[in-house]
Design a protein around this ligand. Structure first.
Ligand SMILES: Nc1ccn([C@@H]2O[C@H](COP(=O)(O)OP(=O)(O)OP(=O)(O)O)[C@@H](O)[C@H]2O)c(=O)n1
Ligand SMILES: C[C@](O)(CO)[C@H](O)COP(=O)(O)O
Length: 253
């Protein structure tokens, strides 16, 4: 049985969010953003270790946060780097599983089933696999003057997300290859592509957004509120059904 580890990158400063506190530590419905991803990975039961990459100054509080979650999966906390890519590479030093899933702490709505689908797809194909959603808008490519140069065929376009699953040795090699060439990319799949490796798409969900700007934060709060409402409606319905069943039992004797 091949093993899997996870890296959750949480060393960004969240400049585009514009808050003093980094977004991964902000409370969303009372729970720090980072905790959502930790709990989702834990719930799969598929990972022998979760490595959280954070700022050197935040290591202690991440250790405390993780301890407070009382997870069964061992958590390792390491310091990240200047760019996301450097943080992932730092996390990779603490992973010795056959497979590794890299996830953004800033994507709190990842669901355990999606994590499992991504890992299973990679293991079945014996190749990298990443979650992505189909692009809904028509995308234009423009030059520096803002003049459209062409319109790619939308059927070929995907908005990539995390988690992204890789054979650990291959991802490490791809990072080292990129570092040698002085290339810094915005996701890990890009580094694999440059190293000539196949990366498969696994259809994800539009709700697995990355909290990047204040608009995303407002969307996230609303999304959680709608879920809480839906859950309490389900509970009311379930309680109602249970009560009806009890009354029927009493009447029937
Ligand atoms: N040096 C960095 C930069 C980013 N990240 C992480 O990578 C994920 C995706 O990055 P992004 O949304 O760009 O986060 P920030 O870099 O924090 O945001 P910004 O670019 O607005 O500063 C986040 O979970 C972030 O914490 C990281 O671990 N190390
Ligand atoms: C990895 C990623 O979340 C995939 O969508 C994204 O590329 C991160 O990019 P950012 O520039 O750090 O926001």
């Amino acid at each position: 049985m091949e093993t899997a580890g996870a890296i959750i990158v949480a060393a960004g400063r969240g400049k585009r969010m514009g808050t003093t506190e980094s977004k991964q530590f902000l409370p969303l419905a009372g729970k720090p953003v980072l905790v959502y991803a930790l709990e989702a990975f834990e719930r799969t039961g598929r990972f022998e270790r979760i490595v959280v990459v954070t700022g050197e100054e935040d290591r202690e509080r991440v250790c405390k946060l993780a301890a407070g979650c009382r997870l069964k999966t061992p958590i390792i906390v390491v310091a990240g780097g200047k760019e996301r890519q450097h943080s992932v590479y730092a996390g990779l030093q603490a992973v010795d599983s056959d497979w590794v899933l890299v996830h953004d702490a800033a994507r709190p709505f990842i669901e355990p089933a999606q994590i499992e689908r991504c890992l299973s797809a990679a293991q079945e194909r014996q190749a990298a696999a990443v979650l992505a959603v189909r692009v809904k808008d028509t995308i234009k490519v423009a030059d520096e003057a803002g003049v459209i140069t062409h319109t790619p065929n939308r059927d070929t376009l995907w908005a990539v997300q995390t988690p992204q699953a890789f054979r650990t040795v291959e991802l490490r090699e791809a990072h080292e290859h990129a570092a040698r060439e002085g290339f810094v990319g915005t996701d890990d799949a890009m580094l694999m592509e440059r190293a000539g490796k196949q990366v498969h798409i696994v259809e994800g969900s539009y709700s697995n957004i990355k909290l990047t700007t204040p608009d995303d934060w407002h969307w996230a709060e609303e999304h959680i509120r709608r879920y809480a409402e839906r859950d309490s409606e389900i509970r009311v319905e379930e309680n109602g059904a249970a009560e009806t069943a009890r009354q029927r039992k009493e009447t029937d004797g």
